[in-house]
Structure formats: structure tokens, C-alpha cells
Design a protein around this ligand. Structure first.
Ligand SMILES: Nc1ncnc2c1ncn2[C@@H]1O[C@H](COP(=O)(O)OP(=O)(O)OP(=O)(O)O)[C@@H](O)[C@H]1O
Length: 359
């Protein structure tokens, strides 16, 4: 996330679109000099067009907006509720927030989401890692340190969103992943040679074979435009970086994309197009989709990634699920006995809350 930067000034020329009002900004995606009113129109219209062209929703659907309180999901909640009214999509919208248990970060951003609930009149559901897994990210970082903590957070969040969505009985989840995020993921998957992910990271809708499909209405929306829109509309969002996010590799990809964008704004769209057009050779073995033996969540292995990670945490082997099996030190705040009890509680809670859900 980044803080709201003042938009690029466009001088005293007339708007390239309406030719009437003074240009107020240079549009990051096209470098056109336009007025604020025309910026709102093109920004919202492009998202509407993306929704229509890709048949993202059907009338009557219940849709959960993954709401972190950051700029992307806040703008998504605002724009989607506006478009829903304007174009009569007929959607029932909800805000769904995952509380990862990061003191001094998520607790503050959740306060923003609670205000958004009132500002946009969208019901909010908060689901916490503590309730679902009996671990907070604060606990996890104490146990494993900063390195690799994003792996735990990402895997648990993915599943937590599905579980929250199941509780809300929604048909779809939408997230605020934007064009920059997608271009960055294409590059990362190429750099890691992760063909399975490369082939699906540009899909606008994923998980149609899983519990609840997910869509990214901002697939073609530039991060800089989202920041500009939030700034001009004075939207209430939280703009602090996660205190536990040391993901240096992703950071390099991000910086690289920002450099390319400075030279040629279209580069972001072109990387997404390249990702869309990759063809997987027929000799590449793809993982087969099944369900986790323990919790019933979708998985290509016997146990899903969340269960493997949770198992590792509860057995005092937190690196189990991230490719290393060497025993590391016990949790800073708990004895082996406590971990044993926690493991048992988790096993029962997984059977109760998790295994019974129809994924
Ligand atoms: N704690 C959370 N609760 C609910 N949804 C989340 C949460 N964290 C992330 N998401 C969803 O995943 C999207 C991408 O998350 P990411 O962590 O990449 O943050 P981001 O790009 O900074 O987005 P944002 O500005 O919305 O925080 C978010 O836009 C949001 O829809």
C-alpha cells in the first residue's frame, strides 16, 4: 500500500475529453490531460466495462468485497456500490474483513473498514485468524520470525476469505487486486518458473471449481489511478504498510514494474496481455485438484497448505510447510505441552468449523 500522493498537475490546458473544463491531472494510464469530472467518468466506466465484458456478476447474486481498509479495496467497495446502483446490477454487497491479528496494523485498518460500513451502507463481517486457527500473525511471527511469515499469512487469508464468504452465504468474492498487482505476479511466476500459477494468475475469475469464485474487477485498473481517485473523492482509507511484510523479492518486481511504467505506461497492460497469452506445453504436468483429507478444503495434496502450516505451528515445526523440516526452537510464548493442547484444539476446531463447511 502507499499513501495518497498529490496528483500530477496538468497546467491550465483544457480537458482532452470534454474540451470545456480545465485539465486537472495527467491520466497515468494514457497520459491524457483531463479534468476531474472526466477522470471519474473514464475510471468508473472502464471498471463497468470490465464487469460487463467478463460477465462477472448475475442479477440477484450476493457478493463479498474483501475489505482490508487499504486504498484498493476501499475504492472497490465505493465504486462497486455506485455502479451497482447506477447500472442496476441487482447485487447484494457485503464487506468481508479478515483480522490476521497484527497489532498496530490490522486493528487500525479494521477501524477504517468499520467506518466504511457506515459510509457506504454495506454490512460488514469480520473473521479472525485467532478464531479460525487459534493463532494470530503476532503469535506466528513470534514463533517463526519475519522470514516467510507472508507465506502463512497468504495461505491462511485465502482460506479465511472462503470461510467468511461461506458464513455470509455469498456467491462470489471480489478483491481489490489491480493491474500493477497482476503484472507483478506474472513476472514473479516467470522468475520462479511457476507454470501452474502463471497460467491462472491473469484470470479475472478464479476458483470456479472451488468453494466460491473470486473476481478481480480492477484487473485493468492502474494503482496510480486508484490512489488518484481515492484522493480526489476524499475516500476514507488506511495507508500504512504491513509491519511484517519483508517480501524483498516481490519488492524488486514491484520496483521494476514502476520503472517500466515511468518509461511507458502501457507496459503494465502489455505484461498482463503476455501473461494471458502464455500457452502451457502439453508435456508440463499440472497438479490435480482434490480435497484436503483433514478439513475438506480444495487441495492438490493429501493435506491442504493451511493444514500443513497449522500442523507445523502446533508441533513446534513451523518450517514444515515451507519446504524445510528441521526442528526449530519452540514458540517464544509457549511450552511443548501448550503446543500439544493447541494442536488438539485445532484438530477439533478444524473438524467442527472447517470440515463441516461444504467447500
Ligand atoms: N485482511 C483482509 N481482509 C479482507 N480482504 C483482504 C485482506 N487483505 C487483503 N484483502 C483483499 O486482497 C486484495 C489484495 O490485497 P493486498 O494485500 O495485495 O493489498 P493491497 O494491494 O494493498 O490492497 P488494499 O489497498 O485493498 O489493502 C485487497 O484489495 C483486498 O480485496
Amino acid at each position: 500500500m502507499q499513501s495518497a500522493a498529490a496528483p500530477t498537475r496538468a497546467g491550465s490546458r483544457l480537458c482532452k475529453r470534454c474540451g470545456e473544463r480545465k485539465a486537472a491531472l495527467k491520466r497515468p494510464k494514457t497520459l491524457e490531460q483531463i479534468c476531474r469530472e472526466c477522470f471519474y467518468i473514464v475510471f468508473e466506466d472502464e471498471i463497468h466495462q470490465t464487469i460487463v465484458d467478463n460477465n462477472l456478476f448475475k442479477a440477484g447474486e450476493r457478493v463479498a468485497i474483501g475489505a482490508s481498509g487499504g486504498k484498493d479495496s476501499t475504492v472497490l467497495a465505493y465504486v462497486l456500490s455506485e455502479l451497482n446502483k447506477r447500472h442496476k446490477y441487482g447485487l447484494d454487497l457485503f464487506l468481508l474483513s479478515i483480522d490476521e491479528g497484527i497489532t498496530g496494523y490490522r486493528d487500525d485498518s479494521l477501524e477504517t473498514v468499520k467506518r466504511n460500513e457506515l459510509q457506504y451502507g454495506l454490512p460488514l463481517k469480520i473473521v479472525s485468524y485467532k478464531d479460525l486457527y487459534d493463532w494470530t500473525m503476532d503469535d506466528i511471527v513470534k514463533a517463526i520470525g519475519l522470514k516467510n511469515n507472508c507465506t502463512f499469512c497468504g495461505v491462511f487469508r485465502r482460506q479465511a476469505l472462503d470461510r467468511g464468504a461461506a458464513l455470509l452465504k455469498v456467491d462470489k468474492i471480489v478483491t481489490g487486486h489491480n493491474a500493477d498487482d497482476i503484472a507483478e505476479t506474472v513476472l514473479l511466476n516467470i522468475l520462479r518458473g511457476d507454470i501452474a500459477r502463471l497460467s491462472r494468475c491473469t484470470f479475472i475469475t478464479t476458483g470456479e471449481d472451488g468453494p466460491i469464485p473470486r473476481c478481480k474487477p480492477f484487473k485493468y485498473t492502474y494503482e496510480k489511478e486508484i490512489v488518484m481517485y481515492a484522493y480526489f473523492k476524499k475516500l476514507d482509507y488506511f495507508s500504512t504498510e504491513c509491519i511484517y511484510s519483508p517480501n524483498a523479492y516481490r519488492g524488486f518486481a514491484r520496483e521494476f514494474i514502476k520503472d517500466l511504467e515511468r518509461m511507458r505506461p502501457r507496459a503494465i497492460l502489455d505484461i498482463i496481455t503476455s501473461g494471458e497469452n502464455f500457452r502451457i506445453s502439453t508435456t508440463t504436468r499440472m497438479p490435480e485438484q482434490g480435497t484436503c483429507e483433514r478439513c475438506g478444503y480444495i487441495s492438490s495434496q493429501k493435506l491442504c497448505k493451511a493444514c500443513v502450516l497449522l500442523d507445523g505451528l502446533n508441533r513446534g515445526l513451523p518450517k514444515l510447510g515451507i519446504g524445510r523440516t528441521a526442528k526449530v526452537g519452540a514458540r517464544a510464548d509457549g511450552s511443548g505441552e501448550q503446543q500439544g493442547k493447541r494442536a488438539e484444539r485445532n484438530r477439533l476446531s478444524l473438524q467442527g468449523k472447517h470440515g463441516n463447511l461444504d467447500f
